[in-house]
Design a protein. Structure first.
Length: 116
């Protein structure tokens, strides 16, 4: 089996009511395209026949995903959204998204550059 490479990362990142983030990632592996939800705890999720499945994201792939997310964020392309009670995406007046926390998750903020 060959190493997977990133084909596409959606520039819209979901933030749940618990402050948990997910990003849609399309990966090329062995000539096939696989679609995942990247969970920021290092898990890849995908829809099985009946339910959601998960597996640990390989470290090299996680590093590539985070690098691409940092690029999108730095370029002002990446946007975080939440769902309202009716299931509609909300991009403004976010209740659960904390920009500083998100920057720590994608590696823009570290203890070294924060002076700790």
């Amino acid at each position: 089996m060959t190493r997977a490479t990133i084909h596409y990362i959606n520039e819209r990142v979901y933030c749940s009511s618990t402050g948990h983030y997910q990003a849609r990632v399309h990966v090329d592996r062995d000539g096939k395209r696989e679609h995942y939800e990247y969970d920021f705890d290092g898990t890849l999720l995908w829809k099985g026949k009946r339910d959601w499945r998960e597996r640990a994201c390989p470290k090299y792939l996680e590093a590539a995903i985070l690098e691409k997310l940092r690029e999108l964020y730095a370029d002002g392309i990446l946007r975080v959204y939440e769902n309202d009670r009716d299931g509609n995406r909300r991009y403004d007046d976010l209740r659960y998204h904390v920009p500083e926390q998100f920057e720590w998750l994608i590696g823009l903020r570290t203890a070294e550059n924060e002076g700790s």
